[in-house]
Design a protein around this ligand. Sequence first.
Ligand code: SAH
Ligand code: SF4
Ligand code: F3S
Length: 452
Amino acid sequence: MSTPRRYHITTFGCQMNKADSERMAGILEDLGYIWSEEANDADLVLYNTCTIRDNAEQKVYSYLGRQAERKRQQPDLTLIVAGCVAQQEGESLLRRVPELDLVMGPQHANRLADLLTQVEAGSQVVATEEVEIAEDITQPRRDSTITAWVNVIYGCNERCTYCVVPNVRGREQSREPAAIRAEIEQLAAQGYREITLLGQNIDAYGRDLPGSTPEGRHLHTLTDLLYYVHDVPGIERIRFATSHPRYFTERLIRACAELPKVCEYFHIPFQSGDNDVLKAMARGYTVERYLRIVEQIREIIPDAAISADAIVAFPGETEEQFENTLKLVEQVGFDLVNTAAYSPRPGTPAANAPDQLSEEVKQDRLQRLNHLVAQMAADRSQRYLGRTEEVLIEATNPRNPQQVMGRTRTNRLVFCDGTIAQLEGQLVPVRITETRAFSLTGQILSPVAAGC
Ligand code: SAH
Ligand code: SF4
Ligand code: F3S
């Protein structure tokens, strides 16, 4: 009997890529492959790539260089580039790295088995054409046994002038509500407690769907979907990301307030705190509109956490415009902001703007913004001190084996003493004793309080 082939996947980029990698891992395991932690010990190496910023893309090339060299010694190594760099570069990746067997865009993730058959027949394969994304019938190999991603809409129809995502992820394609619910039911049956519904612009969910569920219900919005999947027994928490300020609705906030499993946490990128920059980005909303959303959230769910993404040093951004971003961050008091310096991306309008800013300006603004974000996050963390929070225990603290870690409903990371064997997947009340900008420490009030 031959020894099974071993596979390794390294994933770059966002949650969509993580979810795709889990599905591709499931497909490979169905084909009899077994996981190898080390890329260098694997017979099949797959890089699931990201091209959101130039440094994300460059990282892939350095990893790939090492594997290409290995392949020259070990010709039966299968080398695959999947994800967003694959989609962006297509054929030209083969010229750059001729050792590659397969270049596959994100829309082809569920077709990995077919594509490998073509590779085994001896061809180099490039799969980047726009396709209807097939419903996936394979069990993903999920990284966690407690929390799971569930894609609800693929692609993005927006055209933010800095962003490569619409080029590499294609047009919006919503999954049928019944298929989403079936996946969640299956997750519950496997013991998962928390799900995160995923989409690049999740508020667009359902716009492209023709009709209704088999039960004849019309489900055309994310809010409808939340009501539809909310009562799956066993699932205790539901999250969703990413929200777009242009489409965000009060109805959605009300649903979060009304549905007990939907967590009080909103991720709503604002990108810039200046109306002219927002216009140049083609974001389709104003700072005033963004602030109204925040106000509505705080009115309906006062303790909700709000996080966002922001870009500094967009082409032509003046010091004053940048300061408007600082002002917005200060005014809102975000729980977390993911920040980035603008990076020109191929095929996007902003990359051709004449007034690109220097690396010095980018780094200076990024540091100033990060400093403020950490300060605001620390302020927001303070409010948990002395409170008792419901925490879903997910894993051992990698830095301290005496501790476990989990998240509050508002998505704050919490560490507390305990062992994972006893606590994994439990919802426990934790009294918060220490706060830091991005995490908390606390004590579990009752050792095992299942379903508290
Ligand atoms: N769909 C989400 C974000 C997807 S990309 C939204 O509309 O907000 C994730 C984040 O990467 C973006 O929110 C943005 O802050 C950042 N990003 C995207 N393109 C970028 C670029 N060219 N340079 C720097 N950051 C970028
Ligand atoms: Fe990119 Fe804009 Fe789409 Fe978000 S909404 S993925 S930033 S184009
Ligand atoms: Fe990156 Fe593609 Fe996600 S470019 S951020 S992996 S959609």
